[in-house]
Write a protein that binds this ligand. Structure first.
Ligand code: FES
Length: 106
């Protein structure tokens, strides 16, 4: 099955330098606006499932609101306990003012 790009939000609707929650196709996504560009992950913390969109974002790292696990928003890598497993990241691009992620053709 071929992957295709799917628009999940307009770039202008993102919180500048912050994390924005987007629900797309029954998936809760965290969209990070960073100085290195836009990145998208699954919003569920890999430790115990808290919604990272409610966490603190410093422009580079997202801190889980429940136990303060820390993830690099650009790579999804876990950086501080109790988080140990990486976030699921989505291939992402900005195209014609829209944030798009790559998903299997629906
Ligand atoms: S649920 Fe995120 S660190 Fe525990």
């Amino acid at each position: 099955m071929q992957d295709t790009w799917h628009t999940i939000i307009n770039l202008s609707a993102l919180e500048p330098n912050d994390v924005t929650q987007v629900i797309y196709n029954n998936q809760t996504l965290a969209v990070y606006d960073t100085t290195d560009g836009v990145f998208v992950s699954d919003a569920r913390c890999t430790h115990a499932g808290a919604n990272l969109c409610d966490g603190y974002f410093d422009g580079r790292n997202i801190e889980c609101p429940l136990h303060q696990g820390l993830f690099d928003a650009r790579t999804g890598n876990a950086k501080a306990a109790p988080a140990t497993r990486s976030l699921k990241m989505y291939a992402c691009r900005v195209h014609d003012g829209e944030v798009q992620i790559k998903l299997p053709h629906l």
